[in-house]
Structure formats: structure tokens, C-alpha cells
Design a protein around this ligand. Sequence first.
Ligand SMILES: [Ca+2]
Length: 367
Amino acid sequence: MSDGIHFIRFDLLRLGMALSMVCVLNSAQGIAPKTSGQETTDRSGMILIEGGKFTMGSEDEMALRNEGPRRPVRVNSFWIDETPVTNTQFHDFVTATAYVTTAEKPVDWEELKKQVPPGTQRPPDEMLQPGSLAFTPPSSPVDLRNMANWWTWTPGTDWKHPQGPNSNIDGIDDHPVVQVSWFDAVAYADWAGKRLPTEAEWEYAARGGQVDKRYNWGDDFMPEGKYMANTFTGQFPFENSIADGFASTSPVKSFPPNGYGLYDMAGNVWNWTADFYRADAHLLAARQSKESGEPCCTNPTGPESSWDPTRGMPNNIERVAKGGSFLCHESYCASYRPSARRGTPPDTGSGHTGFRCVTDAIAESQR
Ligand SMILES: [Ca+2]
């Protein structure tokens, strides 16, 4: 096994984080959600979500520990993109701004080594070229606890080459853009006069008015035998049956919208949100509410730090991603449920993570 491969096996996702961290390090710490530029926002393709109170989180039998305890939350009205940002939309952004994404930038080892455990060997030069994580499915069952069994750091992988350097986005203009870091998503949102949703806003919108339902369409995964989202069908990760019609990303609006008219709020691609990820975020918020005597928090913006005990360096910054993807399977994560949440280093793109944007509705009435 070469040193490079050994390094990746050592902590693949942390490598992905660190390899691109160097390019954005000056902006990596403590970025807070921004108020969008209301005057120039184009709200075509957006839907107004009326504010209200809902139960955030889940204690459903399928819920992971990081999804609870469930608790009351209130959010103000806001506008949200009805679909994830597509390749066409991201192309327009890049054309207008000459923006270069995280995955398209080379790596500086002197910065990278600050983000990995002391003593980590320098990767070979070819591994420090621009790149990202590509899905590389195994041919037989593997240990599901080790994501390195299906993700591979691959130079030449970026939003225009989402499944590796030999792939492209020809013919998939209407698919969600992927291989975008959290910083790329924020940059797009800034350009569009929008912002990323908070986790609370995203989850409220995803539920589509459903109360205490496992999925955003109800409790049955396949009502009347019909697939409601692009997930992984078959045996994860080595045998994709494509029973829902799609092995990878799907065109936006390929499946029915939720109760608010929003598409792809379950499956297809994960959506970045603005919040820092802490595995115990709900627990801390519930404790804070109890201590303050304030049972409902309004417009929560998440914790002020990150904590992910599944990582080798649990206090490194991560942001919350929501919605699950075409790679989510009941046997593994079932994250196409609205309460599901995952922490991801903000500079780590992948072939199944995209985003959508929001704007404040309250600001409009104040003009
Ligand atoms: Ca699928």
C-alpha cells in the first residue's frame, strides 16, 4: 500500500476537509449566516414559507441520537428555492463572477498539516492537486462503518467533473450542482442576494406542514408502492438496483413536491445549511430552554461551535447538511427524513452534496 493510499485510509474525510481547507482558511473560522441583499434578489423559483411553530427533531425509532430530543421551535416567514441549485444556475454564477470553487484550487501542505493529527505524513504531490471526493462503489459488501470503502479522494473531481476527472455535466444541466463546499454555497448565495437557510428553517420547510411524520410525505416510505424520493435502492453500497429510476443525481422535480411545493427536500442531494454542526445541538438547546423557562426558541441559528464525536478531531468546524441523498439507504442512514442531520467540514464537497438558498420575508414588509 502506497503512503498516499495509506494516508487516505487513515482518515479519508478529514483529508478531504483538510486538502481544501487551505484554500479558504482565512474564511474558515466562525462565519455566521448573513442577511441577504434584499434589494436585488430574484425570487423567481422561490416559494414563500409562512412562519410558524413546529416540532424540530425526532425521537422516532429510525432517528439517530443527534436528532433529539424533539423540541418546539418558531421561525419567521422566509422565501426558499423550490429546488436545489442546478448545474445551469451554478454555471451562470461562475460565468458572471469567474468564481473558482474549493475543489478547483491546489493544496498547500504547510496549511494542510495544521488540520490533521501531528505526525501525519505528507501526501504525494499528485494527491495535493485540486480534487474532491468521488463515489467509488465496491463490488461486494463492505464494513459500513468506514466511509473510505466507497469514497475516494480523487484529483480532478469538481463541480464540472462530479464523479471524477473523466465525468462531466453534459446533459445534466437540470441536476443539482454537486462537489461544492459550504464556502462555494455561501459565495453563490451572496451573488444571488440570498443566504443559506438555518437548520431550523430548512427542517420547517422540509416538513411541508406534516406534523410528527417520519417522512415529509407521511409515515410510509412508499405510499401506494410509489417512490417519493431519489435514494439508494438495492444493497448499499455495492449493488444499486436503480428501482427509483436513478443511480446518481436526478433532474430536480423528478419526484413529487412536499406540502409546501418544494422539490427534492428528501434524497437526491444533501443540502448545506448555515448552522455549525454539534451532535448534541438539540440536547443543548432543550437544556437551555428548560433553564431559561422559555419553552420555544425563535429563529435559532444553531450552536456557536462544532462537535462531532465520530471524527478523529471532534472539535474541528463542521456545518449541518440536511435531506439525505441518492446514496442514502435504510440500512445505512435513512437520512431522507426531515429531522436527519449530518456534520460535514465546510470545505468538503462530494458528489452528493448541494444546496438551496433562502431570503428573509420579514425584511420585505419593513421596506
Ligand atoms: Ca436512486
